[in-house]
Design a protein around this ligand. Structure first.
Ligand code: FES
Length: 209
């Protein structure tokens, strides 16, 4: 290896911008000058383009984290965390101020035979739901949109389940909970109130478990 090659690998005290003759910053702990390569133009690191300083090829410099960089990282992660918390708080506020769900008459209780079901839309005309009267006479209502990919579920009263034919998803008829197949959550439950012969939907119980 020639003298020129050795000279080209020699550490430049100004390579990290100190220019004071001492190795500082990322080069402070370097014992072997062959660990550090020089830029093709031979200029000190401080004079190199930003991309070359941001993506160093030498291990010691790549591993080095300056105090300022570490502080920047802490500030950014703390800021992201605070922004996330603020977003959640804002969502809670918006949700709490939402108008209460409407009260909607969905059926006549007497007209709904045991072991049968009817469809209705609630709380908007775009939300299909099922009102079910079990064989025991209990009234139950759920959103008809499967919690997997929103296919319409179909009641199978004799089996005690709601079936989604798209991907063979199953929900328990009595609770609406997902019991088999890909659906990740229970069906939203529609809260009912019976007044005389009238069955009213009065709210939606969104559930995650
Ligand atoms: S949409 Fe119901 S299981 Fe996939």
């Amino acid at each position: 290896m020639g003298q020129d090659d050795k000279a080209s690998r020699r550490l430049d005290p100004a390579v990290d911008g100190s220019g004071a003759g001492a190795l500082v910053g990322p080069l402070r702990d370097v014992r072997d000058e062959t660990e550090i390569s020089q830029a093709p133009d031979g200029a000190p690191r401080a004079q190199q383009p930003e991309w070359r300083r941001d993506f160093p090829i030498d291990w010691p410099i790549d591993q080095y984290v300056a105090r300022r960089d570490f502080a920047k990282f802490l500030v950014l992660t703390s800021g992201a965390f605070a922004a996330g918390q603020a977003w959640i708080a804002a969502q809670d506020l918006v949700r709490s101020r939402r108008t209460p769900p409407p009260r909607l008459r969905v059926a006549s209780a007497a007209a709904l035979a045991r072991g049968s079901a009817v469809t209705f839309q609630y709380p908007t005309p775009h939300d299909p739901c099922l009102l079910i009267r079990t064989r025991e006479g209990e009234l139950l209502a759920y959103s008809q949109a499967c919690t997997h990919l929103s296919c319409a579920v179909v009641p199978r009263l004799e089996e005690g389940v709601l079936h989604c034919p798209c991907h063979e998803g199953f929900f328990d008829l009595k609770t609406g909970r997902n019991i088999a197949g890909p659906p990740p959550r229970p069906l939203p439950k529609i809260n009912l109130v019976v007044e005389g012969d009238d069955v009213f939907a009065v709210g939606v119980d969104e559930r995650t478990v």
